[in-house]
Design a protein around this ligand. Structure first.
Ligand SMILES: Cc1cc2nc3c(=O)[nH]c(=O)nc-3n(C[C@H](O)[C@H](O)[C@H](O)COP(=O)(O)OP(=O)(O)OC[C@H]3O[C@@H](n4cnc5c(N)ncnc54)[C@H](O)[C@@H]3O)c2cc1C
Length: 248
């Protein structure tokens, strides 16, 4: 739980970019090699700092995409007019160096004992799936049998991150997609933004005392979190991580 989350040194460390993997046309996973990495927990994030030749610096937060015990990785979605994400998704190459600070955050952390065996509801908007993927990986690595559902909202099938991994979920995990802007011809899943009706159909009943993690653009997070509370989820059982106004 929050009290036991790994706390990183709040100092900048040099990280070397390792393997890079294109997840979609707009998203890329970067392995980061940090010599003194203290370890991390699912749901935590890091700050990344870039320094230009003229000394100008920019820093942004990125959730950790890998489970505890796995090599450090982040998955970044490119915003064409952004400052940092175009560099990370297009220019960064294995061997390049950048600065990292973390791991950061305790509130959004999931550990195998979190929720005392209650079912897990994960809701992602766009790149908000990143820390939820780390949670699902941690669940598998820990051999947890907690039932889990991931409701994942993307603009289109082409925008679905971790497609092959999520296509073969672990036992006890269900992945439910909604594609908000375009759908493949034979699509039978949801095709709209997450709304109260969808949550009522997908979310575990409040009587099961589920634990929910909601992550994505601020508007997505606020709408889903209030929808879950309206279904009877206590606010304290709905953990939220906001990526900002333009995360999707
Ligand atoms: C805890 C946390 C975890 C996160 N994890 C992830 C993750 O796992 N993956 C991921 O892809 N992102 C993640 N984010 C989002 C990430 O931190 C960045 O916000 C994102 O990558 C965009 O950064 P950027 O520098 O490319 O864009 P920015 O330069 O910050 O620009 C973002 C948008 O704001 C607009 N903008 C910028 N400046 C102005 C201005 N002055 N006036 C008006 N509009 C402006 C730009 O046009 C652009 O559309 C996370 C955020 C948080 C807080």
């Amino acid at each position: 739980m929050a009290g036991t989350a790994v706390r990183g040194r709040l100092t900048w460390q040099t990280a070397t970019v390792g393997a890079v993997t294109d997840e979609t046309a707009r998203t890329r996973t970067l392995r980061l090699e940090v010599p003194d990495w203290p370890g991390h927990e699912a749901g935590q994030h890091v700050d990344i700092r870039l320094t230009a030749d003229d000394g100008y610096q920019a820093e942004r937060a990125y959730s950790l995409a890998s489970a505890p015990g796995e090599p450090l990785a982040i998955t970044v979605e490119r915003l064409d007019d952004g400052e940092v994400s175009p560099y990370l998704t297009q220019d960064a190459q294995p061997g390049d160096q950048l600065e990292v600070r973390g791991p950061i955050g305790g509130y959004f952390v999931w550990e195998p004992g979190s929720g005392s065996g209650a079912p897990l509801l994960l809701a992602a908007g766009g790149s908000g799936v990143v820390p939820l993927r780390a949670i699902l990986r941690d669940r598998s690595r820990a051999g947890s049998s907690v039932p889990a559902r991931l409701l994942y909202s993307s603009r289109s099938w082409e925008d679905v991150i971790y497609q092959s991994e999520l296509g073969f979920p672990a036992d006890g995990v269900q992945v439910i997609y909604t594609l908000t802007r375009s759908q493949p011809p034979s699509w039978q899943g949801y095709a709209r933004r997450v709304d109260a009706q969808m949550l009522a159909e997908v979310a575990w009943p409040a009587a099961d005392k589920p634990l929910a993690y909601v992550c994505g653009p601020t508007s997505f997070v606020e709408s889903v979190a209030s929808g879950l509370v309206a279904l009877g989820y206590p606010a304290g059982r709905v953990k939220t991580e906001r990526f900002g106004a333009t995360g999707q």
